[in-house]
Write a protein of this length. Sequence first.
Lengths: 425, 425, 425
Amino acid sequence: MKNELEKYFDRLWPICRSITGNGLRESLNILSEVIPLEIIEYPTGTKAFDWEVPREWNIKEAYIETPGGERIADFNVNNLHVLNYSIPVDKTVSFDELKEHVRTLPDQPDAIPYVTSYYSEKWGFCLSQNQFDSLPKEGNYKVKIDSTLEPGSLSVGHCILNGETDEEILISTYVCHPSMANNELSGPLAAAFLYKKLASLSKRKYTYRFVFAPETAGVIAYLSQYGNHMSAKIKAGFVATCCGDAGPFTYKRSKDPTNLADRAAEHLLRSAGLPHSVINFAVGGSDERQYCSPGFNMPVGSLMRTMYQHYPEYHTSLDNKDFISFEALEETVETYYDICRILELNGLYFNKIQHCEPQLGKRGLYPDSLNPDDARTELHNLLHLLSFADGKMDLIEIADRRGTCALNFAKAIAECTEAGILERL
Amino acid sequence: MKNELEKYFDRLWPICRSITGNGLRESLNILSEVIPLEIIEYPTGTKAFDWEVPREWNIKEAYIETPGGERIADFNVNNLHVLNYSIPVDKTVSFDELKEHVRTLPDQPDAIPYVTSYYSEKWGFCLSQNQFDSLPKEGNYKVKIDSTLEPGSLSVGHCILNGETDEEILISTYVCHPSMANNELSGPLAAAFLYKKLASLSKRKYTYRFVFAPETAGVIAYLSQYGNHMSAKIKAGFVATCCGDAGPFTYKRSKDPTNLADRAAEHLLRSAGLPHSVINFAVGGSDERQYCSPGFNMPVGSLMRTMYQHYPEYHTSLDNKDFISFEALEETVETYYDICRILELNGLYFNKIQHCEPQLGKRGLYPDSLNPDDARTELHNLLHLLSFADGKMDLIEIADRRGTCALNFAKAIAECTEAGILERL
Amino acid sequence: MKNELEKYFDRLWPICRSITGNGLRESLNILSEVIPLEIIEYPTGTKAFDWEVPREWNIKEAYIETPGGERIADFNVNNLHVLNYSIPVDKTVSFDELKEHVRTLPDQPDAIPYVTSYYSEKWGFCLSQNQFDSLPKEGNYKVKIDSTLEPGSLSVGHCILNGETDEEILISTYVCHPSMANNELSGPLAAAFLYKKLASLSKRKYTYRFVFAPETAGVIAYLSQYGNHMSAKIKAGFVATCCGDAGPFTYKRSKDPTNLADRAAEHLLRSAGLPHSVINFAVGGSDERQYCSPGFNMPVGSLMRTMYQHYPEYHTSLDNKDFISFEALEETVETYYDICRILELNGLYFNKIQHCEPQLGKRGLYPDSLNPDDARTELHNLLHLLSFADGKMDLIEIADRRGTCALNFAKAIAECTEAGILERL
């Protein structure tokens, strides 16, 4: 899988995405080769709760021309150089005026920062501190941003992968950042390739809803259309972001950590022995802010590796292909997949022989007595399952009571179901 | 404030208080200069639950005259020398008989112990071990205690500081100990000066009830009059004692630590980073024993510095002005005041935009995007408040979820209320 | 008590027990000298939930004769040599065939393992690895097991010790292992001698049900007769096993550790300061598997010293008299007895003076004020009891709130009941 991940990464990398515009649209089209996304266009001005859909932003080129005639901060060299969602500009300014429109990172002098201004009309450039320091303080600068902000639409891609029931699992990821690797390209890539694995299952209990939207504005528009339905149907959901660095996992809980999303994700991370940390819901985050807003309060967490704002490359030109690992990204996809497998297997099981243990020997479920140590772990998994299968405690809790992963009960579930002594409610 | 605290301390110090009598009355009168106490007199013999108000004790002088004619254990030098509530005596006794009526502290040979005998008629003296050891074993001793135990009354001071609602916060302190500083003069002083700060507020949600009573007997008499009303109205309460030493805070919980008193006090101590310990309710204590008795079970804890019985000077002549610090006493007053401010601010808040986040930019509540680090803490406080303001979770829990003090949300509450997107329920 | 324990141990030791047969019957008869057991015989073929009572096994002798004519693996020397419940055999076999029927412990070359085959018809021998290694590989071996497997019955002993109510405490132990000391003779011995102590009490609140049954099969048969009654009546129960080694206590919880059995046992172990560990319910265990099966889910835990499978001597010939200590076994009996005493004393108590404290002085319950340190622990126990005796919180929780053992309140309960201020609900 990691070669395919890299191939799609390389194609998506150069595109300048924003919360609206053709870069977003083009990215969704490329991802559609992996996951069959339906693209929804929300026209500029569409009301969505307290918000309305903003104008569509498109950009052809942007650069600064120094007094010496050198073209710097060229959008075509690195699309972070332009303030994302910048209004157009084409004029000559002094260094002092230019300075008011330039953002640098003094503490990371080699990095170009990523800055946006969606809701305050501005023009601006982002430079490395080193480059900025080298500019002459005298003379005229030409500044050119050939962008448009016009009525158009905001694009959201979604895909519904049907299961046996209309209860849903949500995988949401955002697609609005220009050329940065961990935050954000790793997120859409992980979600798309998770789709591939889930789609290949012969059957699924849950229906899976994949949402690829610009952060905040896109998800709010989407929720204005689907929020009520999702509130009723979603049993667990995750925001996929920062999926590609080599650090340990970070799971950010929803507001109520007793829900199924948090229970399944934490159960997997804990029982699989994956290095990880768990943090509570906080507003410094991504689209879980909308999914978990009080009117929805959906069971939506976020599985990441190193969290946004917790690595210095975050939101800079240093968050690039070198920063991520496709092995790590593949492991993240597999981990999301295992969580989905737990959700699929989880449920209420009922041992039909409720009083005393079933006699396993007569059903061929008891190992040979001359070798009592054989298969003791599997035997005890089976006995544990039967002992706790009262139709009230779900499999995740049953597995937690044994200190093992719910997936390790798959064989016992199959054998006991086959033997006619266990049923799923 | 600390100079005023010291001034009143110096005036109250020499008075010989007991659970009844003129020393108690005089002390309440002095405190009335700071807090307008109404004095209630409960006549001797008044029934109060399982108790009745005891006789009034007054004392003019007390001393021992040694065989050599020296006057020692002179009440006018230190009022701890006399067994508090002692019956009168005026006779000549041998050393052996005297010994039966003297209490010392062998482990603290310089300290005069504080001892009482309210419910068993006795006469007695308290001496330092060193002084006692120096007494001749032969010869006649004259013992004189010029006290009276007669029908009279037990005095309680209380003050009701009205707020917008009739829900009450209780501040209770005891006034029955002779010349000792931390236990007890620091308590009435803290309560009186807390009153001054609360009274100066332009508005208060809660009505504050201040009770200055002799320990046990006084509070039981008071509860026999006001207990039913208090049971219905008191939402949080605290027994102020041991407020003046320089040690870290000790918070003693009520019986049910989920109540508002314990939650507010512990939230403040924890979120303000004040060194402190928290202990559970126990019967080795003060008037919380009555407030938390099963028939009342009021939400009443006790904020102290070093707890009674946990410092060697406790209940001895060494618990004097040198032992306490007026800076520490002032900090205790301020800490009580902050707890009251939390109680005032706490409540249920409702974000009028329940679905997805409010658009802060259009309301001027979002910081300039070119400087995203500015005011991020305040922005996140505001977003956090809005995200959790579902009208069900109170502010203390909302603040705990962010790991910060509820008082830090005051600005966001004001701004969001002003912007029309938040209301208090 | 320990001499008597040893005397009965010595008589029970040589008997070859199994899940049916005369060895079991003889053992129950010997134990009946200590506890008046009623013996119930469940005929072969009796249906019991998913099981049926197996045939009765009896054995006269068993041995292997080597090619050199030496008699080894002699059942009369050590009854572990024969596979327990082995079918009869009497033939000549090669070493290679013999090998298929021999079980050894390569990691414990001096130990004879204990192996059973109840539900799969087999013959077999158990040898130490060292002995097995010394056997010649050539020549003919005579194998002789003179056993019978015939219709008969499975024997269970039980005893009901009546109390004032029909609510029951269960003590269950198993009697089906041949000559091993900790697992299992220590269990029946502990249960029998616990009976003696409980029977000597002048009154008991609870009725005590003692069950001495072969493990699994016996308890399932017993539950098919008494399970419904027990489900309704049992308030706490314990499986007594591994009671005799010198290790610290192990308490294995039932499935729901908020029940009375677990609360009482853990309260005693914790408050008495006994070295111990607590583990959750798990299916690798004994008859609690049946009592806690989902259809019953009785409050039944297990107090042990070193748990089965956690000492290398377990289920081998090394679990012998040298391995256990009769002092330790006596301490286990006393610990079970203390848990029963806690259960007897536990309940809801009501302080008749619910508002404010009772006046102790007038009832002679307050110590002399001139010696305030005297009896402070007892005074505070009494005050604590009265303060929490609201008729809703049981004594175990009241004691936990004070961090002391419930048994330490016996004196205060007696005094306050005598003084007319406390009643048991």
